[in-house]
Write a protein that binds this ligand. Structure first.
Ligand SMILES: *Cc1c(COP(=O)(O)O)cnc(C)c1O
Length: 392
């Protein structure tokens, strides 16, 4: 039998071993982690909606009418009116013809990609795409060609030299870097080469574009330009689940073919009801997004002044590039000593030698919270210098 214990030891020695912390209480910047209060800068709750009282109340108000469990898959008898209403709401929110509600973003990517491409087809995937996209590509059994991150010239060459059915897939906002894909160029290339474009806007929905409608609307791209939009609901939307949105024909095709849609129990319908309330808030209130923009600008200005290496990001994902795994861990641990929670992100989540602290900002952070982070970062800055000096 394989030596599982040795593999785990190896991980520990490489600074790659992962542990979980136990959080108590609602998700918000002030967390209790293993009994210790910490100020968190690592959740994806970008708008601070994960424990918003109106959304929590929408779920509890729905439950006497919907019960709790999903009870069956959508194609058997699990497709509840609450799910159906959410799909109508998501289509309107994203300005698309129709939408299909999935249980998680992981499943939406796995299901949509493996349904829309198969044996004999070719998928073109950005090198920094999310793990769920990579796994969807593998599951599809299509040929997968990865293009260098955001490199439209390389993609154009690959598309020109490939025949048959082509699918191009990209993160809208890249989850570990915070930058945005060249969406207009991608749409033009896909049109030119008759390729189906799929954009996973997990980190754009709720945050970018007018009324938080996402990266595509922000750039004026419609369903004609980008036929398949995938979004998740557990990040800025603050609830749970995901969706695929686009032309009715494609959604119908996914209902027939997407195995992660067909062969799983429907989400508790009360979650769908709560998600509609969250979308109402997101549409109605710009104040969260404008506060978030202030925090992002302030963080970038101050962290750059402290000499940290930032990434070209205007989104709430603001990684501090470190490099080696141990330095990233040391910086994260030093911040935790000061009561701040910022997780170190290491390979294979990011490429080898690109370990980083993934700082994420939320509308739930006050400017005082951010100042606390910046003061702690200033105190910890010498740690990185001594590390890199040792390495030389
Ligand atoms: C988080 C994430 C997902 C997965 O969504 P879940 O609903 O958490 O499963 C998919 N794609 C991207 C780009 C993500 O960041």
């Amino acid at each position: 039998m394989r030596d599982f214990a040795a593999e785990l030891d190896q991980r520990k020695q490489a600074g790659l071993y992962r542990t979980r912390r136990v959080i108590s209480g609602p998700q918000q910047p002030e967390l209790v982690s293993d009994g210790v209060p910490l100020l968190s800068f690592c959740s994806n709750d970008y708008l601070g909606l994960a424990s918003h009282p109106d959304i929590v109340r929408a779920a509890t108000d729905a439950m006497p009418h919907t019960g709790l469990g999903g009870a069956a898959s959508h194609l058997i008898c699990g497709h509840h009116s609450a799910h159906h209403q959410l799909e109508v709401r998501l289509a309107a929110f994203t300005r698309r013809s129709s939408a299909l509600f999935f249980s998680t973003g992981y499943m939406a990517n796995m299901g949509a990609i493996s349904a829309l491409a198969g044996r004999g087809d070719t998928i073109f995937s950005d090198r920094l795409n999310h793990a769920s996209i990579i796994d969807g590509c593998i599951l599809s059994r299509a040929r997968v060609r990865r293009y260098p991150h955001g490199d439209m010239d390389a993609l154009a060459d690959m598309l020109a030299s490939t025949g048959g059915h082509k699918l191009v897939v990209t993160d809208g906002v890249f989850s570990m870097d915070g930058d945005i894909a060249p969406l207009k160029e991608l749409a033009a290339l896909c049109r030119k080469h008759d390729a189906l474009l799929v954009v996973d806007d997990a980190h754009g929905v709720g945050v970018l574009g007018p009324q938080g409608r996402g990266s595509l609307i922000e750039q004026g791209l419609t369903e004609d330009d980008v036929p398949v939009l995938i979004g998740t609901l557990g990040k800025a939307v603050g609830t749970s689940g995901a969706f695929v949105a686009g032309p009715k024909l494609l959604m119908d095709y996914l209902v027939q073919k997407a195995r992660t849609y067909i062969y799983t129990t429907a989400m508790p319908p009360a979650i769908a009801a709560a998600t509609c309330t969250s979308l109402d808030l997101i549409e109605r209130e710009d104040s969260r997004r404008s506060h978030l923009q202030l925090l992002i600008a302030e963080f970038r200005r101050e962290a750059a002044a402290l000499g940290f290496r930032l990434m070209p990001s205007r989104t709430p994902i603001q990684p501090i590039m470190v490099g080696d795994n141990w330095s990233a861990l040391a910086l994260s641990e030093a911040l935790e000593q000061k009561g701040l929670l910022v997780t170190a992100i290491r390979p294979p989540t990011v490429p080898e030698g690109e370990a980083r602290l993934r700082v994420t900002l939320s509308a739930a952070h006050s400017m005082a919270d951010l100042e606390r982070l910046l003061v702690a970062l200033a105190d910890c800055r010498p740690l990185l210098e001594s590390k890199s000096a040792e390495a030389v």
